[in-house]
Design a binder for this molecule. Structure first.
Ligand SMILES: [Zn+2]
Length: 62
């Protein structure tokens, strides 16, 4: 299973990082809809969070 990372698109704060695949919705719910770092309102749109395979060494060009 590919490790996963979900970051706030506003400030880059790492909301989730781990081996389990989680939906952004679950993560957003966990933080009550707000980034704990920059207080940006998180919604379910793909633009508000970035989900990517957690692979530091080989980031795909977006
Ligand atoms: Zn943030």
């Amino acid at each position: 299973m590919v490790p996963q990372k979900i970051v706030c698109s506003g400030c880059g704060f790492c909301l989730y990082e781990g081996d389990l695949l989680k939906s952004p919705q679950d993560i957003i719910k966990k933080y009550n809809g707000r980034c704990p770092n920059c207080n940006k309102k998180l919604d379910f749109s793909p633009e508000s969070v970035t989900v990517s395979p957690y692979r530091a060494e080989e980031a795909d060009a977006k």
